[in-house]
Design a binder for this molecule. Sequence first.
Ligand code: FDA
Length: 388
Amino acid sequence: MHDAIILGAGGAGLFCAATAGQAGARVLVVDHNQEPGKKILISGGGRCNFTNVGAVPDRYLSENRHFARSALSRYTPADFVALVEKHRIAYHEKTLGQLFCDGSARQIVALLMDECAAGGVDFAFGASISDVTHADGLFSVSTSAGRFTAPNLVIATGGPAIPKLGATGFAYQLGKQFGCRIIPPRPALVPFTLPQGENLFRELAGVAAEVVAKAGKTAFREAALFTHKGLSGPAMLQVSSYWRHGEAIAVDFLPDAPADWLQAAKRQRPRAGLKSVLAAALPERLAEALSAQLALPGELGAQKDAALVTAMGRLKAWAFRPDGTEGFAKAEVTAGGIDTAALSSRTMMANQIGGLFAIGEAVDVTGWLGGYNFQWAWASAHAAGQAI
Ligand code: FDA
């Protein structure tokens, strides 16, 4: 018999297994995939953005904004960086505090598997789970690879983002079985789709620009990318986590320009047209599409100041009304999940059922784009692994 069964061999499950195993627990990790860490392997464009040096709690979404604080403060980005350095994995900071492997995401999976080996962790891969029960202080997990029992059970099966990698909503099924509320899961860090009426912007597929994108009160300054279906790029992925159906997104195409920028251009370049003025600050095709939409033909010098003020107002808060997102098939992460109210923020153990834990993406804690979700996986896994 094992001391703990961990369901899911993703970042959270593996790191929890390594932590508990190295502390002396006999640990079994069960996964229906044939290999561990499939999401890690494709993460960060194959280089795994394994943490963010600025992973502070306000960069996470949750119904309880304070829940992640404890685990994040006790296992920090610097702790994971020390582990990466111990394994002699070369890395670099790309932008905005994002740390990536110089080589390959495979190195992070190897690191986790080495740490598991150091903790004597057992694995059951390719094991589909048919039933989980709890009686007399023991959890019993029936799988295609046999039946396993342990006094501790860790739900680390993630969320349903990218089903083709083996992602499922199994964590919610189990959470519900054990009386936990589930915050409705929704795709996050996901591209938007735009309705047919926005056809003009489809012509811009492939064009990217640095913008400030805003959903509700939350704004991100990063690149936005027009796609055949709508809007993507880091700025759009970031705001998608905050966006609700029916809401508009406001895009500032000229984040560095003051409100009187077009009036100043009128004085400095009165013979120039709007398109050529915009093209000085934006990609040519975008400048062309925006000036066509703004419909101020002729020279800037001939435009009334009031018309320029209105145009500038639109350029600094262009309203897009997505009709949806590309869904779980394309989402980097799932927002929502097992309600944190059911868990201890110190140990990630269920308040009502001793020995039951939930960690990683399965829980209603969702990070920004940029290494924040892995840092949550490591931190929540470490908290649970120490408590087992
Ligand atoms: P994860 O989903 O990784 O693991 C869950 C495991 O449970 C899987 O191995 C799965 O097979 C298993 N499982 C599921 N259902 C099961 C069932 N019914 N029975 C048995 N096993 C089951 N984050 C970041 O910080 N930096 C980055 O660079 C990226 N990049 C990135 C790219 C892409 C394309 C995606 C989709 C996601 C990212 N992310 C990311 C997000 C990050 O990958 C994610 O938040 C973590 O992998 C979550 O780790 P978990 O271990 O919680 O779940």
